[in-house]
Design a protein around this ligand. Structure first.
Ligand code: AOS
Ligand code: ZN
Ligand code: ZN
Length: 381
């Protein structure tokens, strides 16, 4: 129970705004109109789960005049500002790339944007600068693959030089989209190489939706933990591509296997350096309950991973007991941990059922009445 109570999950501000696909953005009633309201909604998730005390921001979607005020507002609501996400994908200048662009002027603009994000970190007390690079090529021959890596290394080094000692760069990878022939940071190996070149304050972000179907994600988790460079997760579920569905909804067994690697490496506690973030969009379901459900799914996978009998598993592995070892994992996975989590919540003074408690709180009705003309998260326009 102690280990479970320690885990924290970070929520993305953009999960609370309207979102959709390239075909349609469905507007929902009561969605936030500004970053202050997004933070207030995220705080509701923390209020009923007790384990979601941070909110990631996205610049420019969450741009505001006074970041110290936003940070104070977060504190009043019982949460803090988490990772600051930069945006290199919504500016015409970036059509052929940002940090990898052939034109030095465009690369300098992308570096300057990150220095601006670092200023936001200073004003909000955030320690993670999350970089997801949409750069890449659609056609063979379109640009020089190797030169782009050199430009990227140079640009990242300039951003890294702007960090304060308590800051980190967390560098995400993605195997396709928006570029379809070759992304400039397509995989964990490329991200890790850049992080190693940058220094101790650079870590890899693993977004669970950013791999080819069939990829063994828990292997990547184990490898990055081994290298001491797993900085964060962007949790979500996918059936086909970067679906950004609720984590644990498509493949709860995969989430369990990931959490098993985390638990067996002792990487669950907040001081382990792994930031457990969600990166999701709720296109058709209500957003606050969607986030509550996601947090609960992560907690359930974690609780199951903590149930694995580590000593017995080690013994089975050492003696070559293939079925025994596999059986120990499956026993833990097949345990219903919901009563245990209900008990944990009650011991923390929370309602045993966060979904029910939020539903009964009247918050959804209140924001529907108060907020008119909610903003789009920025996705799917
Ligand atoms: C994009 O596909 C990535 O998953 C990004 O992590 C993320 O969704 C974006 O940075 C949101 O700002
Ligand atoms: Zn992501
Ligand atoms: Zn993504």
């Amino acid at each position: 129970m102690g280990a479970l109570a320690q885990q924290t999950i970070e929520l993305p501000s953009w999960a609370f705004g309207n979102s959709g696909t390239r075909f349609k953005v469905f507007a929902q009633e009561g969605v936030p109109r500004d970053p202050f309201e997004k933070v207030a909604d995220a705080a509701q998730v923390h209020r009923y789960t007790g384990v979601a005390p941070r909110v990631s921001l996205h610049i420019p979607w969450d741009k505001t005049e006074d970041y110290a005020k936003l940070s104070a507002h977060a504190a009043e609501q019982g949460v803090t500002i988490g990772a600051i996400n930069s945006n290199l994908f919504q500016d015409d200048d970036y059509m052929l790339g940002s940090l990898t662009h052939p034109d030095a002027r465009v690369r300098a603009k992308a570096v300057a944007h990150h220095l601006e994000c670092i200023d936001v970190m200073r004003a909000t007390g955030s320690t993670d600068l999350k970089i997801w690079l949409p750069d890449g090529l659609n056609y063979p021959g379109q640009d020089n693959l190797r030169a782009r890596q050199d430009r990227l290394a140079e640009g990242l080094a300039e951003v890294y030089a702007g960090l304060d000692p308590e800051h980190r760069i967390i560098l995400e990878y993605k195997f396709f989209e928006p570029a379809f022939y070759s992304m400039d940071v397509p995989d964990w190996g490329t991200s890790l190489l850049h992080c190693l070149a940058l220094g101790e304050q650079a870590m890899v972000v693993l977004d669970t939706g950013h791999h080819a179907p069939g990829t063994n994600i828990e292997f990547i988790v184990a490898q990055l933990l081994r290298a001491g460079r797993l900085g964060a997760f962007d949790f979500n579920s996918r059936f086909y591509a970067d679906d950004d569905l609720m984590v644990g909804s498509a493949d709860p067994f995969q989430l369990f296997r990931i959490m098993h690697e985390i638990v067996s490496s002792g990487a669950l506690a907040p001081d382990s350096g792994v930031n457990f973030m969600l990166d999701q969009c709720h296109n058709i379901e209500p957003k606050i309950p969607g986030q509550i459900r996601s947090v609960m799914n992560v907690q359930e996978a974690t609780a199951k991973a903590l149930l694995v009998d580590a000593d017995a598993l080690h013994a089975a592995q050492q003696s070559g007991d293939v079925l025994g070892a596999n059986g120990l994992l499956m026993d833990a996975y097949n345990t219903d941990v919901r009563p245990l989590l209900a008990e944990l919540r009650e011991s923390q003074g929370l309602d045993a059922d966060p979904m029910r408690a939020y539903g009964a709180s009247g918050y959804a009705e209140k924001i529907k009445a108060e907020r008119v003309g909610g903003a789009q998260a920025g996705w799917g326009a």
